[in-house]
Design a protein around this ligand. Structure first.
Ligand code: UDX
Length: 433
């Protein structure tokens, strides 16, 4: 099939390359010339395992192209809207500028019978508004939320765990058939597919992310209680996680969630529910957000306490800046936030991350960055792990002790074995253990 993907950021670039790798003819479109030039040359503007490989192969096959010219979408049968919906600068709600601009620019090029498919995360009600906007062209609209995780984006796109199609009930059979053809490989593999109305499809995405965020804040709330009572939240998570109804995944206590999705999605959902007069229904998400943000300050407090409250000019090695491992994304990253807060308190912070330093530096050029893990560790008086990259998880406690000035470690992701670190002479602080 002929597809266009409008918006070649994280979601769109992966979607375009993945759809081409599945045999479709895809044009990726974005207003950012530098991004388009980079993608067209087979390079990715961000770090994502597996993406460079499928991008190069798809470009070489001739099935994938990139352009800034929206007119190139004209002969596509399906147009995916994959632009960002960041948090608004002035409020908690989602900024729909890019969604609106992309649909408006697409309007003159829409052929009757073509299908516009929204993938961006939007406030409930957006799809119906856009459907009304495109109706005069004879094109139709579907909403098909994306659940990909950074670090697993290619796999999540090619082998999703479920497909959700939000469609107009008047054309649901036709629209479902078109989307089934787009996702033929996943459908043939037996991927569950749920066909809904627009509102349900829009809500599925924010409900899923709200649930995940709540799960993380729940275990972090337990970590707070564990810290006061001497309990171990990791053992607690293992024990409750064996109950299939609960499940062990997303029960890792630590410095909390960040990234371009969970924090902004729960805030936008809260704002939208308030607009709809249903603020009370999701009021708990404010607590979820507060618990999450408290964990960042907790790590800062532990670091300050490790110097008996006199942190000024003391050397702290911050290991990790990305919001999670296998990503260079520092959007709303707890790790970067903690590094900034400690620097703001006058500590001599040196930060290291295997992938995220360029993004961190763009946002916070004043921070002090190390070129290597060794440089970060050398002379550190307190080491703080904030992103659980394998190279930090695999640090040898005995060898690491020889590099630092003082063997004190704060394990902000509960990624180390406390006993091994104690035995090697370290003062170890975990999160709720
Ligand atoms: C998330 C959703 O998982 C995905 O389905 C959706 O499409 C986009 O948002 P992503 O932002 O890539 O994906 O990251 P995810 O793996 O969900 O992690 C989010 C944050 O939660 C990270 O900062 C991670 O470190 C943190 N986290 C995750 C925890 O603190 N504890 C956990 O147990 C799990």
């Amino acid at each position: 099939m002929k597809l266009s993907v409008i918006g070649c950021g994280y979601l769109g670039a992966v979607h375009a390359a993945a759809m081409a790798s599945l045999g479709h003819e895809v044009v990726g479109i974005d207003v950012d010339e530098a991004k388009i030039a980079l993608l067209a040359s087979g390079q990715t503007p961000f770090f994502e395992p597996g993406l460079p490989e499928i991008l190069t192969t798809a470009l070489a096959s001739g099935r994938l192209s990139f352009t800034t010219d929206i007119a190139a979408a004209a002969d596509a049968e399906v147009h995916f809207i994959a632009v960002g919906t960041p948090q608004r600068k002035d409020a908690a709600g989602a900024d729909l500028t890019y969604v609106d601009a992309s649909v408006t620019s697409l309007l003159p090029h829409l052929a009757p019978g073509s299908l516009v498919v929204g993938k961006s995360t939007v406030p409930v009600g957006t799809a119906q508004r856009l459907a009304d906007l495109i109706a005069p062209t004879g094109a139709r609209l579907a909403w098909n939320p994306e659940f990909l995780r950074e670090g697993f984006a290619v796999k999540d796109t090619v082998e999703p765990d479920r497909l959700v199609y939000g469609v107009d009930p008047r054309t649901d059979t036709e629209d479902t058939a078109v989307l089934d053809a787009v996702y033929a490989t996943a459908i043939a593999a037996g991927t569950p597919r749920i066909v809904t109305g627009y509102a349900t499809a829009e809500l599925v995405k924010v409900a899923a992310n709200s649930f995940l965020a709540t799960k993380i804040s729940f275990i972090n709330a337990m970590a707070e209680i564990a810290e006061t009572t001497g309990a171990d939240v990791t053992q607690l998570a293992d024990a409750i996680g064996y109950d299939n109804r609960i499940g062990r995944r997303f029960l890792n206590a630590g410095v909390g969630f960040g990234g371009g999705c969970l924090p902004k999605d729960i805030r936008a959902f809260t704002a939208r529910a308030e607009e709809l007069g249903r603020g009370e229904s999701v009021a708990f998400l404010k607590h979820v957000d507060e618990i999450n943000l408290r964990r960042r300050q907790h790590v800062v407090d532990l670091a300050v306490n490790s110097f008996d409250d006199h942190i000024h000019d003391h050397r702290i090695a911050v290991l990790g800046l990305a919001f999670k491992p296998d990503s260079d994304d520092t959007r709303d990253s707890p790790a970067l936030d903690v590094a900034v807060r400690l620097t703001g308190l006058g500590a001599d912070v040196i930060a290291y991350d295997p992938e995220a330093i360029p993004n961190a530096r763009r946002a916070h050029p004043q921070l002090h960055y190390a070129d290597t893990l060794d440089d970060a560790l050398t002379g550190a008086e307190t080491v703080v792990i904030l992103t659980e990259w394998a190279q930090f998880r695999n640090l040898d406690p005995t060898e690491t002790a020889t590099r630092v000035a003082r063997p004190v470690i704060i394990d902000g992701r509960n990624t180390l074995d406390p006993t091994a670190w104690h035995n090697a002479g370290w003062t170890y602080h975990g999160m709720g253990r």
